[in-house]
Design a binder for this molecule. Structure first.
Ligand SMILES: Nc1nc2c(c(=O)[nH]1)N[C@H]1C(S)=C(S)[C@@H](COP(=O)(O)OP(=O)(O)OC[C@H]3O[C@@H](n4cnc5c(=O)[nH]c(N)nc54)[C@H](O)[C@@H]3O)O[C@H]1N2
Ligand SMILES: Nc1nc2c(c(=O)[nH]1)N[C@H]1C(S)=C(S)[C@@H](COP(=O)(O)OP(=O)(O)OC[C@H]3O[C@@H](n4cnc5c(=O)[nH]c(N)nc54)[C@H](O)[C@@H]3O)O[C@H]1N2
Ligand SMILES: [Mo]
Length: 762
C-alpha cells in the first residue's frame, strides 16, 4: 500500500556546519575519506582486495563514472579516486536488506527515512513482493516473480502500455538482451537515464558531426594546447579527469574553466595517487569565467563574434579556411546570423566583463589544438542543444577536431551509459539496427518510436502505460517533478525494480511491486558454463571487460542477463530466441552482438585483449560524411530567452561531493565547505541582502513555470561565491521544483539547471 508513502525525502535538518571551502582538492584528505568509507562499509581486508582490482586490466570497471582508464600501464592500487572508492564501498557494503528487514519495517515507515538512511540499509538479498494493499514487502520465489511479470505484461492491451527503463550501469551483455526482449515483446518504450543526462549532447553532436559521442581519446589530453572545461565539476564527478588536466598543464597546456561556481577541483588539485608530485599553490585553471547560469550561448556567441571581427581585420589569422572549405557546411549562415546580435545585448546575460571574454578569445585564437569538455552544466537547459552546437561552431572555425589533441569531450556520467546506447537501449532506434535484429532473430521488430523519460512519466500519469520495469536506477528520485511522477508510478498495475540497493523507487510503487535483486559489478558471476565476465564502453569509446572478484552478498541474487532471460521465458512462449542457452555462456551473447551491431567484429577475441579496443569514431577520423549534408555542420543557435522577474532567481540542481546521483554516501559537500546538511540554497550575498536574508536563515522555495507553482520547504541559506540572481540546490531534494514540462528543445531533457524560483523566509 504505497499510496501514502513519501516520494520526497523528509524536510528535517541535520545540523549544518560551514567551513571555508578548501583551496585544493584531492590530496591526503581524499585518501582519508575514501579509506574511511571502505573501512566502515566493507571492512579492511575485503576493502584492499576491492581497490587492488578496481580499473585494473583484469579487474572490474569502476561503477563510479565513465572516465577512461589509461591505455598504457596502470599502477597497482592506483586507478581509483576518492569517489570511485566510495562507489565500490557502497556496493560491497556489509549491510544487508533481508526479508526480516522488510518484515520489521513497513513501506510507509521506510519512506519516512532520508535517502541517506535508506541507502545505508544495504544490499537487497532476496526477491521481494509488495501485494496490493499490503503494508510490507514479503519474500517471493524467482519463478513466481517472473510469472507475475509475464502475466501482467501479457494482460496489457498493447505492448506499448509497458515501460522499460534503464540506468547506466547495465553491462553491454545485459543491455543487449534486455532491448532484444523488449522489442520481441513488441515495443520501443526504452527510456534511459541518458534522456536526463547527455541526450542533448547526443542530439547536437549527431546533427553537427555525424556521431553522438565525443571525439577525443585520453591520449589527446597530452597533445592539447588548450582545454576548456564548461559546465562540469570534475573534482567531484570525474576526479580522474583532473590527472589528465594536470598532465596537460605540465606539458604547457592551458585551461579555461566556465562555471557559475569556482569548483575547487578545477581551481587547484593534488593528485592523490602521486603525493610526491603535489605542486603547491599552482592552479589548474588559467582563466576562470564565472558565467551566469544558462549564460553560455551568449558567452560563446560573443567569442564567435570576436573571432569573426579579428578574422575580418586580419584574414586567415583566426579561421582554418582549408578545413572549413573541405569539411564543413553552413559558415555563411553562421556569420550572417552573428550580425543579428550585438555584444552589448549579449553581455548582461553572461554576467562577465568583456575583458575576460576577450582573454578567453585570445587563448582560442592563439592555440591550434583545443578540447572542449562539458557535462550537465550545458545539457540540462531549455536551450541545451544550442549550448553544445555553439561549442562545435568554435571548434569548426578553428578546424580543431579530427586531429591529435583536439575535439569534443562530453564527459559521460554512468559507467556504461554510452555502451547501453550502442547496444540499442534507445526509444528511437535506427531502422538499420531493427533490420539487423529481425534478420538475426527472426521476429518483427516494432517500428514506432517509444517513450523517453519525460514521455513515459506523462503516459503513466494519463494511465496510457501500466507496467513499469526499471533495469537499475532510482526513477522516482532521479526524475523531475517528484509529486507528479509519484502519481504516475502509483497509477501503474505493477512496478518492478532490478536493483542492488534499497532506494526510494522501491517505496513509491504501482498497485503491486517487485524488487529483483541483482549482482553488482564487484561480484563474481557464475553461470552454467562457469565464471563469466561482462563488457562496458567508457566515455571515449573503449570497449573492455569487467570481471567481479567478490563473493556475491547473497546466494539468492541473479545476474542482470539472467533476470532478463527469466522475464523473457515467462512472457513469451513462442520466442525465436533460446534465452536459457544465451545466458549459460556470455560469449554467446557477444556473438549475437557481433552479428547485429556494426564494429563488433571478433568481439569475443578483442574483448579479451587487456585494456579492450576502440570503437571507430568518424569525427575522430576527420570524416563527417554521416551527417545529413555529408559535412560537419555549422549551426545557428539562440541565447536563453528567459527573463527573470524582480524577486525571481535562477536555480541549478547539482551534486554534492558525497553522493552518486540519488545514492547519498554522506552529508558533506567538503569541497564547497558545506558539512552535514543537504537542504541548503547557495546564494549571492547581495541577493541575500536584497531579501533581508542572513546566513543560515530558513527559507521555502517556490518554482514558477507557466503559471504553475511548486513548493519545497525548509532550506538553509548559505552565502556563496555565485553570480547574482543565480542559486544552487542539491538533487534529488530539489527535484520537486523541476516542472515536468520544463525541458530542453529537441532532446527533451529535463531542464534541471534552469529552474525559476522565488525564496521566502520562514
Ligand atoms: N561522485 C560522483 N560522480 C559522478 C556522479 C555523482 O553523482 N557522484 N554522477 C555521474 C553522472 S550520471 C553524471 S551525468 C556526471 C555529472 O557530472 P557534472 O555535470 O559535473 O555534475 P553536476 O553536479 O550536475 O554539475 C554540473 C556543473 O555545471 C555547473 N553548471 C550548472 N549550470 C551551468 C550553466 O548554466 N553553465 C555552466 N557553464 N555551468 C553550469 C555547476 O556549477 C556544476 O559545476 O557525473 C558522474 N559521476
Ligand atoms: N534535478 C536533477 N535531476 C537529475 C540530475 C540533475 O543533475 N539534477 N541528473 C540526472 C542524471 S545526469 C542522471 S544520469 C540520472 C540518474 O538516474 P538513475 O540512473 O536512475 O539513478 P541512480 O541514482 O544512478 O541509481 C541508483 C540505483 O541504482 C541501483 N544500482 C546500482 N548499481 C546497480 C547495478 O549494477 N545494477 C542494477 N540493476 N542496479 C544498480 C541501486 O539500487 C541504486 O539505488 O538522474 C538525473 N536527475
Ligand atoms: Mo548522468
Amino acid at each position: 500500500m504505497s499510496k501514502n508513502t513519501n516520494a520526497q525525502p523528509p524536510n528535517k535538518l541535520t545540523g549544518i556546519k560551514l567551513k571555508e571551502a578548501p583551496k585544493t582538492s584531492a590530496g591526503i584528505k581524499a585518501i582519508r575519506s575514501a579509506l574511511t568509507h571502505i573501512k566502515d562499509e566493507v571492512g579492511v581486508g575485503k576493502g584492499i582486495q576491492l581497490l587492488a582490482n578496481l580499473n585494473q586490466k583484469n579487474g572490474f570497471d569502476c561503477p563510479g563514472c565513465a572516465w577512461p582508464d589509461p591505455d598504457d600501464k596502470r599502477a597497482f592500487l592506483a586507478e581509483y579516486c576518492e569517489n570511485g572508492a566510495k562507489a565500490v564501498a557502497e556496493e560491497a557494503t556489509k549491510n544487508k536488506v533481508t526479508p526480516l528487514f522488510f518484515a520489521t519495517h513497513s513501506v510507509k515507515e521506510l519512506s519516512e527515512l532520508s535517502d541517506y538512511e535508506i541507502g545505508k540499509s544495504g544490499r537487497i538479498t532476496h526477491p521481494m513482493y509488495l501485494a496490493e494493499d499490503a503494508t510490507h514487502y514479503q519474500e517471493i520465489s524467482w519463478n513466481d516473480a517472473f510469472q507475475m511479470i509475464g502475466n501482467e505484461l501479457n494482460g496489457l492491451n498493447s505492448p506499448d502500455e509497458a515501460i522499460f527503463y534503464t540506468s547506466g550501469r547495465t553491462s553491454n551483455e545485459a543491455a543487449f538482451l534486455y532491448q532484444l526482449f523488449v522489442r520481441q515483446f513488441g515495443t520501443n518504450n526504452l527510456p534511459d537515464c541518458s534522456n536526463m543526462c547527455h541526450e542533448s549532447s547526443g542530439v547536437a553532436l549527431s546533427e553537427t558531426l555525424g556521431i553522438g559521442k565525443g571525439s577525443v581519446t585520453l591520449e589527446d589530453f597530452n597533445h592539447a594546447d588548450l582545454v576548456i572545461v564548461i559546465g562540469q565539476n570534475p573534482g567531484t564527478n570525474h576526479p580522474r579527469m583532473l590527472s589528465a588536466l594536470e598532465k596537460n598543464k605540465k606539458k604547457g597546456g592551458k585551461i579555461i574553466t566556465i562555471n557559475p561556481l569556482p569548483e575547487v577541483g578545477l581551481m587547484n588539485f593534488k593528485d592523490p595517487q602521486n603525493p610526491l608530485q603535489w605542486i603547491n599553490g599552482e592552479d589548474l585553471t588559467d582563466l576562470f569565467l564565472q558565467v551566469k547560469i544558462n549564460g553560455d550561448v551568449a558567452l560563446l556567441k560573443i567569442i564567435l563574434k570576436l573571432m569573426k571581427e579579428q578574422e575580418e581585420a586580419s584574414p586567415n589569422a583566426v579561421f582554418n579556411h582549408q578545413f572549413i572549405k573541405e569539411k564543413t557546411s553552413g559558415l555563411e549562415n553562421l556569420l550572417k546570423d552573428l550580425d543579428n546580435y550585438t555584444i552589448d545585448e549579449l553581455l548582461p546575460q553572461t554576467g562577465l566583463e568583456l575583458s575576460e571574454i576577450q582573454k578567453a578569445t585570445a587563448l582560442i585564437i592563439n592555440n591550434e589544438n583545443i578540447i572542449f569538455c562539458w557535462a550537465m552544466g550545458l545539457t540540462q537547459h531549455k536551450n541545451a542543444v544550442d549550448n553544445i552546437r555553439e561549442v562545435v561552431n568554435i571548434l569548426l572555425l578553428k578546424g580543431s577536431i579530427g586531429k591529435k589533441g583536439a575535439g569534443t569531450c562530453p564527459v559521460r556520467g554512468h559507467s556504461n551509459v554510452q555502451g547501453d546506447r550502442t547496444m540499442g537501449i534507445w526509444e528511437r532506434p535506427k531502422a538499420s539496427f531493427l533490420d539487423n535484429l529481425e534478420n538475426e532473430f527472426h521476429f518483427k521488430a516494432p517500428r514506432k518510436h517509444g517513450y523517453d523519460v519525460v514521455d513515459a512519466i506523462e503516459a503513466m500519469h494519463l494511465k496510457k502505460a501500466k507496467v513499469f520495469f526499471g533495469m537499475g536506477g532510482n526513477f522516482i528520485s532521479a526524475t523531475p517533478d517528484t509529486e507528479f511522477t509519484a502519481e504516475a508510478l502509483r497509477n501503474c498495475y505493477l512496478t518492478v525494480q532490478v536493483s542492488t540497493k534499497l532506494n526510494r523507487s522501491h517505496l513509491v510503487t504501482g498497485k503491486k511491486a517487485l524488487i529483483l535483486p541483482c549482482l553488482g559489478r564487484t561480484e563474481k558471476d557464475i553461470q552454467v558454463s562457469g565464471e563469466q565476465f561482462v563488457s562496458v564502453e567508457n566515455s571515449m569509446g573503449v570497449v573492455h571487460q569487467s570481471k567481479g572478484t567478490l563473493k556475491p552478498c547473497s546466494e539468492h541474487l541473479l545476474s542482470e542477463p539472467a533476470i532478463v532471460a527469466g522475464v523473457a521465458n515467462a512472457t513469451m512462449n513462442n520466442s525465436t530466441t533460446n534465452w536459457t542457452e544465451l545466458i549459460a555462456n556470455y560469449d554467446l551473447i557477444r556473438d549475437k552482438i557481433e552479428a547485429t551491431i556494426p564494429d563488433f567484429e571478433d568481439y569475443n577475441k578483442r574483448v579479451r585483449i587487456k585494456g579492450g579496443f576502440y570503437l571507430p569514431n568518424n569525427a575522430r577520423e576527420n570524416d563527417f560524411t554521416p551527417t545529413k549534408t555529408g559535412k560537419a555542420n555549422f549551426s545557428i543557435n539562440t541565447p536563453s530567452k528567459i527573463k527573470l522577474k524582480k524577486s525571481q532567481f535562477m536555480m541549478m540542481t547539482i551534486r554534492t561531493h558525497d553522493q552518486y546521483n540519488t545514492t547519498i554516501y554522506g552529508l558533506d559537500d567538503r569541497y564547497r565547505g558545506i558539512l552535514n546538511e543537504r537542504r541548503v540554497v547557495l546564494m549571492n550575498k547581495e541577493d541575500m541582502n536584497s531579501l533581508n536574508l542572513e546566513k543560515l536563515d530558513l527559507v521555502d522555495l517556490t518554482s514558477h513555470f507557466n503559471n504553475e507553482k511548486r513548493e519545497a520547504k525548509g532550506f538553509l541559506v548559505v552565502p556563496y561565491d555565485i553570480p547574482k540572481h543565480c542559486t544552487a540546490t542539491y538533487f534529488p531534494e530539489a527535484n520537486v521544483l523541476v516542472p515536468i514540462k520544463n525541458k530542453a528543445d529537441i532532446s527533451n531533457t529535463p531542464a534541471s539547471k534552469t529552474v525559476i524560483i522565488t525564496i521566502k523566509k520562514r
